[in-house]
Write a protein that binds this ligand. Structure first.
Ligand SMILES: *Cc1c(COP(=O)(O)O)cnc(C)c1O
Length: 253
């Protein structure tokens, strides 16, 4: 009788298994590299956040196996379950969904970054809820770039005042601006919106507010965002596939 081992091929190392998520992730990274090359930017200055909302921990661990460390979530309850189960992996979690006052404590406890701050009351609550033993929360102001009535985000004209107020909060570190512009397939229009966010960041910088982050670009438009200076792109469906529950997060134009 053959020894038992003879029936088994050499077991695959976890990191050698590339499933659909891994393949998609590599493809997205190539697209980021190509877009960076096209506009003469260093790829190292463009961070990729894998937006895992509505996908389970197995999807996250698949991306983790391919080296991904930054993940994005938009629904608090779903997120804190995932963050807790995967705590041993040392991932960097970014919150980018709507923020209700009664969820600020949970967000401050489970995330490293919050991209969707658009009013002072929420910023104050996040700062006071952030534990003294944790580093400050990294904050982006969400800006309503298309001035859409249905969209959250501070109006561009109110961003400077909000930024100044946030700078006084001890447990927040204001890093930059985030936007979800109106969805459009027109590349020129995509760039037009992202350019508005870049210009707003330049205006704030000119007013003495140092920001190093432009969080912009999703599956359908991250190349245009990179052309306009994105430093963080937030990519979900291009990595994990279509979301099982299609919760519309932006209007169609
Ligand atoms: C869901 C979501 C994303 C990712 O969207 P995709 O189109 O799937 O890439 C990015 N940013 C925010 C704020 C989101 O809610």
């Amino acid at each position: 009788m053959l020894p038992r081992e003879a029936f088994h091929a050499k077991p695959l190392n976890f990191h050698e298994i590339m499933d659909a998520t891994g393949i998609n992730l590599q493809a997205v990274k190539r697209r980021i590299a190509n877009a960076a090359a096209q506009c003469g930017r260093n790829q190292e200055n463009i961070g990729l956040i894998a937006v895992s909302k509505s996908f389970g921990t197995d999807a996250v661990t698949s991306a983790y196996a391919q080296g991904q460390r930054a993940f994005g979530e938009s629904y608090v309850q779903e997120a804190i379950d995932k963050v807790s189960v995967l705590a041993h992996l040392g991932l960097i979690w970014h919150y980018m969904g709507p923020i209700q006052s009664n969820k600020t404590r949970a967000i401050a406890a489970h995330f490293a970054w919050v991209h969707s701050v658009d009013r002072l009351r929420i910023a104050e609550r996040l700062s006071s809820a952030r534990s003294a033993s944790l580093p400050p929360l990294q904050i982006c102001l969400q800006v309503n770039i298309g001035n859409e009535i249905t969209k959250s985000g501070v109006a561009p004209g109110d961003a400077l005042a909000l930024a100044r107020a946030i700078l006084t909060l001890p447990k927040l570190n204001l890093r930059g601006l985030m936007a979800i512009p109106p969805a459009t397939q027109d590349k020129a229009r995509q760039r037009h919106y992202f350019a508005q966010l870049r210009t707003l960041k330049e205006q704030l910088t000119a007013s003495g507010i140092t920001l190093d982050t432009l969080s912009m670009g999703m599956s359908d438009d991250f190349e245009a965002a990179i052309m306009e200076g994105a430093t963080l792109v937030r990519v979900g469906s291009a990595i994990f596939g279509p979301r099982p529950t299609s919760v519309g997060i932006r209007s169609k134009i």
